[in-house]
Ligand binder design. Structure first.
Ligand SMILES: C[S@@+](CC[C@H](N)C(=O)[O-])C[C@H]1O[C@@H](n2cnc3c(N)ncnc32)[C@H](O)[C@@H]1O
Length: 288
């Protein structure tokens, strides 16, 4: 395989990280062997005119969806038999169908095994959660962009689709589980032998608050490393022998894989984003 990677380094626990500055649809075929990737975890451009440095995010919709279908074929070739393809995708209030159109474009190759809602902000009325929660007032947390609208409510979530070949890939629900709030469940249900239950399909993960976009976040559309980290744990860490992100951006998925000591390969067309990914990985263990 010709060419040199943009960077080849090691995570803090010695796992290899390789970054390629390359179109990932080609790179997935050139740089990884067929059937070798256990987890693909990624967020593609959403075709919403996001101002990326090296990619124009405004194709005609049909062309965009054909491109997503081609991405699906490249991922299908790379993915191992029991592999998971986690795709984060958001709609907008005026285009709520887009994530589902994207899921539809991947249907020719994959089964949609799980749909997870990534909740970025939430408002919980104290009166609805009861005294046991310990809340002393209503709780309003997470990312909020104050946009005025006569028509739409604030968009507070995105999707994470888990695609697999046939919908039967075992997952490790308790690896991302939560403790029972009502401990009587431990006595009442047969088969409950630890204080841990499935978290369900709504994951609340706020962004770190930023005020100055350009300096605080050198990329217009990152996800927090905790999102791919949960996906990797849900797939099952021992079965995540190679992790790939075809749209690595500033490297949240690379950070997640490195923290969990999983070998990682990432692609992006933009050298500055990849340089930031490398910087984050180099800082890992000291501050990230
Ligand atoms: C939604 S962003 C990914 C952000 C990433 N999850 C993060 O947390 O930083 C999509 C990325 O895809 C990259 N990109 C667009 N087209 C690409 C292609 N054909 N191959 C590789 N990367 C591409 C863009 O430069 C952008 O960084």
């Amino acid at each position: 395989m010709a060419g040199r990677p943009f960077a080849a380094l090691q995570g803090p626990q010695g796992s290899p990280v390789t970054l390629w500055q390359e179109d990932s649809l080609l790179g997935l075929r050139r740089r990884v062997s067929a059937g070798s990737v256990d987890v693909v975890v990624t967020s593609p451009p959403y075709n919403r005119k996001v101002p990326y440095r090296s990619y124009r995010d405004d194709r005609p919709r049909r062309e965009y969806l054909r491109w997503i279908a081609r991405l699906g074929r490249s991922v299908d070739r790379a993915l191992s038999e029991g592999g998971s393809f986690f795709l984060n995708m958001g709609g907008s209030p005026s285009d709520p169908w887009m994530p589902w159109d994207v899921a539809g474009a991947l249907r020719e190759r994959f089964v949609l095994q799980n749909v997870i809602v990534w909740l970025k902000s939430v408002a919980i009325d104290r009166a609805h959660v009861g005294a046991a929660s310990g809340l002393t007032r209503d709780l309003v947390v997470g990312h909020y962009k104050p946009l005025r609208s006569e028509r739409y409510v604030h968009g507070a979530y995105e999707y994470v689709f888990q695609f697999t070949r046939d919908g039967t890939v075992p997952i490790d629900r308790l690896a991302v589980g939560v403790a029972y709030s009502d401990k009587s469940n431990l006595r009442r249900w047969r088969g409950v032998d630890s204080d841990r239950r499935c978290r369900g399909n709504v994951w609340f993960l706020p962004y770190r608050t930023i005020r100055r976009r350009a300096s605080d976040r050198p990329h217009p559309a990152p996800f927090p490393p905790e999102l791919p980290e949960r996906c990797l744990r849900l797939h099952g860490l021992p079965r995540a022998r190679l992790v790939v992100d075809p749209f690595v951006g500033i490297g949240a998925s690379a950070v997640a894989a490195a923290r969990l000591a999983r070998p990682f390969v990432g692609f992006d067309v933009d050298a500055e984003y990849l340089a930031e990914t490398r910087r984050r990985l180099e800082r890992l263990g000291t501050e990230d």
